[in-house]
Design a protein around this ligand. Structure first.
Ligand SMILES: Cc1cc2nc3c(=O)[nH]c(=O)nc-3n(C[C@H](O)[C@H](O)[C@H](O)COP(=O)(O)OP(=O)(O)OC[C@H]3O[C@@H](n4cnc5c(N)ncnc54)[C@H](O)[C@@H]3O)c2cc1C
Length: 495
């Protein structure tokens, strides 16, 4: 090493150790060495060890449990090549790592790392529309709200999520939107993906080229199959902000309507097959001092100019507030706010209920109520949410090449439990973990129906619930034969 480099490295180490309060683990020091080398090759704007941007990014994750880590460095790539350089060094030096796009993972450690390198996509946020191929190209750092507002004047949108602050990591878990009934999981709109494999090698995967197996695995494989640096997806012609092509909005209900809402949800899941309809039924408990306040929120939209009868049950249930009318697709995606609140430890948990068995839904409501009461002292709020996934959504996915979640035929609901801890609580108390495990054992999934990985608990083996689990395992073994990602990055279990 040249003398100037030794000085540089010494200064680098001192600053970073001060920053991290002299963390001395072997893993941390190894990562620090790799950071130093990366900083020399990529520069100190791309590889940061301290400073305002470093701090804001390290603490920027949506769940407080993921906003506590101070990695030795954060890589802020401006291009795919930067990701390749970083990943090749991480692989060579056997360093732990994590990737963060929109930051909304509620699974602790899935988008943050303490003794490793964080790749953070805040400088790769472009979105473009190509009318010739009728496709949209997204860089991984864009959030859905920004993508929609930039594309809205052109009348097109990508399939994404339902709240603006969420990011593109959603696509790798599948993706549920207000358009899912018509077009399937959001990842079904993939056309071409640039993927940096664990070794740093770049491949471009499509439905028909030599990487078609990887392409399929990325529709639900989450962060296990490589780092996607470019998503080319089909454009959906949804109209501009001025085109109020949807009808719907939000209805707020008192707790006295809960039983009727459970019945209506179970019935909706089993009977509604209209591809243009979508609902998100969220039961909420929030803690206010020693009181639990329960109120329930239905978001409903129809891709058309009025609401058909299929929503009739919900519309006849006594409500406390209602805002329904013609809206644009952008309006629909901001009706619940952006979802960007920070500062709370967050946990998800998933189940999957087929349509038809009302008691399954009622039982989930009771189990969730008991759960809320048990952990009340640690709690800000809990949510029990149902997103119907109709048969047509599954068929739309299959028609588009399919995905490895591969749900069986028939309507079902993705069931999500969200737990929002008291502000500032940075670790999960043991009694909460015990209560969560009990809750999950009380709400088992209907046989054969896959859990939704973007809404799961980190301890749930979601991959094992996929219809094409064996294919997923085979593809993983092919693209990461040394199991580097599993050994050096937190993410879904079971591969
Ligand atoms: C308020 C809220 C609302 C939500 N609404 C919806 C909804 O309407 N529909 C829905 O389907 N889901 C929804 N979700 C769930 C959402 O899909 C997941 O939280 C998703 O993981 C968020 O992606 P992200 O990019 O924001 O998060 P991140 O935490 O940045 O990423 C999620 C995961 O993907 C990995 N990852 C991200 N980018 C890449 C990449 N380019 N290459 C490889 N790995 C990558 C990360 O390492 C992490 O493990 C919601 C979540 C929240 C908190």
């Amino acid at each position: 090493m040249r003398f100037s480099n030794v000085l540089l490295a010494a200064g680098f180490f001192n600053a970073t150790f001060a920053q991290h309060n002299a963390t001395s683990s072997v893993a941390f020091r190894s990562a620090l060495r790799t950071c130093s080398l990366l900083q020399k090759s990529l520069g100190s704007e791309i590889v940061q060890t301290s400073g305002t941007e470093y701090q804001a990014s390290a603490s920027g994750a949506w769940s407080l449990f993921n906003a506590e880590d101070l990695p030795p460095c954060i890589v802020f790539p401006r291009s795919t090549q930067h990701v390749q350089v970083a990943m090749a060094a991480i692989f060579r030096d056997k360093i732990r790592y994590a990737v963060q796009a929109g930051g909304h993972s509620a699974m602790t450690g899935w988008n943050s790392v303490q003794d490793g390198i964080l790749i953070f996509f805040s400088h790769m946020q472009n979105v473009t529309y190509d009318p010739t191929s009728d496709t949209i190209t997204l860089q991984p750092g864009i959030h859905w709200g920004d993508a929609l507002s930039q594309l809205s004047p052109l009348g097109v949108a990508p399939l994404g999520g339902r709240l603006g602050d969420i990011g593109t990591g959603l696509l790798l878990g599948g993706g549920l939107s207000y358009l899912s009934g018509e077009f399937g999981f959001s990842s079904n709109a993939f056309v071409e993906l640039d993927v940096v494999l664990v070794t740093g090698k770049l491949v471009t995967a499509t439905a028909t080229n030599q990487y078609s197996d990887l392409f399929r695995a990325l529709k639900g494989g989450a962060n296990r199959f490589g780092i996607v640096t470019r998503y080319q997806v089909k454009a959906i012609h949804i109209g501009t902000e001025d085109d109020k092509n949807f009808f719907g909005g939000v209805i707020l209900y008192p707790n006295s309507s809960a039983e009727a809402l459970i019945n209506a949800t179970a019935k909706y899941v089993s009977t509604v097959n209209d591809t243009k309809a979508s609902i998100l039924m969220a039961f909420t408990n929030s803690v206010n001092g020693s009181e639990i306040n329960s109120s329930h929120i239905l978001t409903l939209f129809y891709h058309g100019s009025s609401l058909p009868n299929i929503f009739g049950d919900f519309l006849s249930i006594p409500s406390s507030f209602s805002q329904i009318g013609p809206v644009s697709y952008m309006d629909a995606n901001s009706i619940l706010g952006a979802g960007g609140d920070r500062g709370f430890g967050q946990l998800f948990g998933a189940s999957a209920f087929k349509g038809g068995v009302v008691e399954q839904y009622a039982n989930a409501f009771r189990a969730w109520t008991d759960y809320t009461n048990t952990i009340e002292s640690a709690l800000f709020a809990t949510v029990l949410a149902f997103t119907p996934i109709i048969d047509a959504q599954t068929l739309a996915g299959r028609a588009n090449g399919g995905n490895l979640m591969d749900p069986p035929r028939g309507n079902y609901a993705a069931v999500q439990i969200q737990t929002q801890m008291l502000a500032g609580v940075a670790t999960v108390p043991t009694f909460v973990t015990t209560a969560r495990n009990k809750l999950f054992s009380r709400i088992p999934r209907s046989a054969g129906f896959p859990l939704y990985i973007n809404e799961c608990d980190a301890g749930q083996n979601v991959f094992a619930t996929y219809g094409k689990f064996n294919e997923l395992k085979t593809t993983y073994a092919k693209y990461d034969p040394t199991r580097f990602n599993i050994r050096f990055s937190d993410g879904p279990i079971g591969l």
